[in-house]
Structures are given as structure tokens and as C-alpha cells.
Design a protein around this ligand. Structure first.
Ligand SMILES: Cc1cc2nc3c(=O)[nH]c(=O)nc-3n(C[C@H](O)[C@H](O)[C@H](O)COP(=O)(O)OP(=O)(O)OC[C@H]3O[C@@H](n4cnc5c(N)ncnc54)[C@H](O)[C@@H]3O)c2cc1C
Ligand code: SF4
Ligand code: SF4
Length: 389
């Protein structure tokens, strides 16, 4: 069934839509437009038409199906009995979105021996906590968690599902979206509801942070997004709140693909929740200077990160890499030591509250995004800082 419709009265037959359709789904034959069945509702033709002559064709079937999807659902991530900050941030944003839509906000929590977490979640402004507790779910296992989340979504039919863009969220969300045959916008930095349509406008950086792409999921449901940690305010806890916990029965088959033998915490890798991160760039000169940076990190209670140039040189383990192909961090303070500020690196730090950069080149691109810039030799300044702190 056609997913778009061309409004004849507005069309100037410029053929831009035909040229731009990535799947060659539009043809013009015998003076008529033909929309082929392989149209996947990507919306490219709509953006390419300068005359607003193309709209999504919401046939009765689609309108009816969309009406059946109600509510905003948050996937709650937790570790060692603690709710992750990103989930509290999503509850806060989710509440705002749910209020705007006039719908309910629910939180899904999956794991084992998670009664306390479920109870704690009721202290936040949520309508319902949906809990799945099973010993097979004690440790995050992508295959089992995708199965469980898919089943929950199929029971409740939410119209929006939000998941933290953490390493677990980024493993979980694409699997679930694929199973549900819906869209997913990864790593969003802004979420809004469009007044006229009620659609979720999902904004994320694109092209190394040089552009902000606004993405919608107009036809399929639920609308799914992963959201970058540290972007939204966390929700407030109020012990007087009395929430509702619903335990949902799901089918859990032991995963044959992955068996968790033991969990070993990796030492001191850069955490996306750290408040202060010191980024090490090639400008520190040599790996022998890293212990001095560690000394500063210890004094400030900071964690370390690094550029790809440092990783490629073999100075630090790749788990420290920050940027487009590394971790995305959003600390309160990011201190860039001898970092040039290539877009591939700044894509991973752009959401930091304050960026302090030290570089001997006054024209280094890092200074364009730094709140505080110090021009000088990084090791000399490091020595001065260590003396002062
Ligand atoms: C597809 C792709 C993906 C990439 N992904 C990433 C990524 O995820 N993360 C990432 O970081 N990079 C990534 N890169 C690499 C990126 O383009 C840069 O090459 C890299 O970030 C540069 O690292 P750097 O700033 O440490 O080194 P350099 O570019 O060598 O810069 C060193 C800086 O230190 C300054 N300096 C030198 N000596 C001193 C001194 N004594 N005192 C003070 N300042 C000094 C210099 O002025 C310079 O600005 C990617 C590249 C590609 C092509
Ligand atoms: S791009 Fe718009 S105006 Fe041009 S042919 Fe397509 S529908 Fe008509
Ligand atoms: S919505 Fe996408 S696939 Fe469908 S006709 Fe337009 S450009 Fe082609």
C-alpha cells in the first residue's frame, strides 16, 4: 500500500521527488504519478518537494492502528541495585512528553531481585512500574532482554519508548526496534512533541556534530529513541508518592548464544557518568607524561579519556577513546589537554557543561568550543596546576 500521496493541485511536475527517492518508488507514467509498493515511508521525497505537494498517506488502517498505541514507556537501566542517572533523566523528560500528549508514563524494569528498584521507581512521577523478575535476567544479556522488552511492548502497545544511549541501551534498542518493525533514532539530544501532529520530534547530531538532524517516525509504532545521558534534568523523588507495580508474565528461554560465566569490572575506563573528565591528546608529547595527568585526575576526582591519536599510538587502551568512534561523554567539566579539537573528537564531548582546553596553538579548533582556553605548553601548565591544587 502506498505510504505517501501527491497533492495534484500543488504539484509543478518538477520531478525532484522521483530523482531523490532512494528506492525509486515514484514513477511518472502517462501523466500520472505511481507510488510503488516498495516505498518505505522514509520521507525523503517530502523534504525534496519545494511545493509541499507530498504528504504521508495515513489510510484508515494506519490511523486506526496508531490509535491503538498509547502511553510513553521508559526502559529503566540499573546496576548493583542502583537506578542509572540516565533513566531518571528519561523519567523527567518522559513525564513532560506524556503530559503534553495527555497520556500515561510507565517505566519498565527487568532483572532479578529487583523489588527495591521497582519500589524506588514508584517514588518518581510515573503512573505505572512494569516489572519482570527472573533469575535468568540477573545479568544483562542482549538476547534475553530483547525478547523480554519486545513481549512487554507487544502487551501494552506504547506509542513512545525511550531508552538510555548507554552501552546496554545501544545493544537493546536496535534489536527491539527490528523485531517490532519500527524506526529507532539513536543518541538523541532533544525530544519534543510536534503540536499539530503529536509526533515525537527526535533530534540528534549528525555529520560529526556539524548538523542537527530532526527525525520523525510518522507511520510505524512505537516511536523509539535512545537518548544521550546527561542531557535532561533527572526526575525528583518524593517518598509520599504511592505508585503501582505490575508484574508481567513473559516467556524467557535460556539464551544458547551467550552464557555469562563471570562479571569482571574493567579498571578505570572513562565512564559516561563522570562529573569531571580529563581528555588526553597527542599534545602531551609522550606516554611517560600520562602519570602526571593521572595525578591531576586523582586530585580532582576526575576520570581519564583520550583522543584516537593517543589510542592509535598505543599510549592508552581503546576503552578510553572519546569521540565519534569512541565514547560519548557529557561531564560537568571536560579538560582537553593537548587536543586539537577535530570534529570526530568533539562529537563525543559537545554536551559537556564546561570545556577547558590547553593547547599551545592559539588557532586550534578546540578553542572554538571551549568555555575556557589556555594557550601554552600543556606540561608546563600541568605542573603549575599540580602545585596549586
Ligand atoms: C572516521 C574517523 C573517526 C575518528 N574517530 C575519532 C574519535 O572517535 N575520537 C578521536 O579523538 N578522534 C577520532 N578520529 C581522529 C581525529 O580526526 C583526530 O585525528 C584526532 O582526534 C586527533 O587527536 P589529537 O587532537 O590528540 O592529536 P593532534 O591532531 O595531533 O593534535 C595535537 C594537538 O596538541 C597540540 N600540542 C602539541 N604539543 C603541545 C604542547 N606541548 N602543549 C600544548 N599543546 C600541544 C597541537 O597544537 C595540536 O592541536 C577519527 C578520524 C576518522 C577519520
Ligand atoms: S517534487 Fe513536488 S512538485 Fe516536484 S514532481 Fe514531486 S510532488 Fe510534484
Ligand atoms: S517516502 Fe521515501 S521511499 Fe517512499 S516515495 Fe518518498 S522517497 Fe521514495
Amino acid at each position: 500500500m502506498a505510504q505517501i500521496r501527491i497533492i495534484k493541485d500543488r504539484c509543478f511536475e518538477c520531478m525532484a521527488c522521483i530523482d531523490n527517492c532512494p528506492s525509486k518508488s515514484i514513477a511518472f507514467e502517462g501523466g500520472k504519478f505511481i507510488i510503488k509498493d516498495n516505498c518505505n515511508a522514509c520521507g525523503v521525497c517530502i523534504s525534496s518537494c519545494s511545493f509541499n505537494a507530498i504528504v504521508f498517506d495515513e489510510g484508515q488502517e494506519i490511523i486506526q492502528r496508531k490509535r491503538e498505541y498509547r502511553g510513553v514507556f521508559i526502559y529503566c537501566e540499573h546496576e548493583n541495585g542502583c537506578i542509572k542517572d540516565v533513566s531518571l533523566e528519561l523519567i523527567c523528560k518522559g513525564r513532560e512528553i506524556a503530559n503534553q500528549l495527555g497520556e500515561e508514563l510507565s517505566v519498565i524494569v527487568i532483572g532479578h531481585k529487583i523489588d527495591n528498584i521497582a519500589i524506588e521507581l514508584t517514588y518518581y512521577d510515573v503512573n505505572k512500574v512494569i516489572k519482570v523478575d527472573n533469575s535468568l535476567l540477573e545479568t544483562f544479556n542482549e538476547y534475553l532482554y530483547v525478547d523480554v522488552l519486545e513481549q512487554i511492548i507487544n502487551v501494552f502497545n506504547p506509542q513512545i519508548v525511550l531508552i538510555g544511549a548507554t552501552k546496554y541501551g545501544m545493544a537493546l534498542a536496535p534489536g527491539v526496534a527490528t523485531r517490532l518493525k519500527t524506526g529507532l533514532t539513536a543518541d538523541c539530544t532533544e525530544l519534543e512533541i510536534e503540536n499539530e501532529t503529536g509526533l515525537l520530534l527526535q533530534t540528534r547530531p549528525a555529520f560529526g556534530g556539524n548538523l542537527l538532524a530532526r527525525i520523525i517516525c510518522p507511520i510505524h509504532r512505537p516511536q523509539m529513541a535512545t537518548v544521550r545521558p546527561g542531557i535532561f534534568m533527572p526526575a525528583n523523588k518524593e517518598f509520599e508518592r504511592k505508585g503501582f507495580i505490575e508484574e508481567v508474565p513473559v516467556i524467557i528461554n535460556k539464551s544458547e548464544k551467550v552464557e555469562i560465566v563471570e562479571r569482571v569490572a574493567k579498571e578505570s575506563i572513562c565512564s559516561s557518568n563522570a562529573e569531571i573528565i580529563i581528555g588526553i591528546g597527542k599534545g602531551i608529547g609522550k606516554p611517560e607524561n600520562i602519570p602526571m595527568v593521572k595525578k591531576l585526575a586523582n586530585k580532582l576526582g576526575a576520570e581519564l579519556g583520550a583522543t584516537r591519536a593517543v589510542i592509535d599510538a598505543g599510549w592508552m587502551d581503546c576503552s578510553y577513546q572519546i569521540g565519534q568512534t569512541g565514547r560519548v561523554v557529557s561531564p560537568k567539566i571536560y579538560i582537553a589537554l593537548g587536543i586539537s579539537g577535530a570534529v570526530q573528537h568533539t562529537a563525543g564531548i559537545i554536551s559537556s557543561n564546561t570545556i577547558i582546553a590547553i593547547n599551545r596553538d592559539k588557532d586550534a579548533p578546540i578553542f572554538k568550543i571551549a568555555s575556557i582556553g589556555i594557550v601554552g605548553d600543556v606540561m608546563e601548565i600541568l605542573n603549575l596546576l599540580l602545585d596549586e591544587i
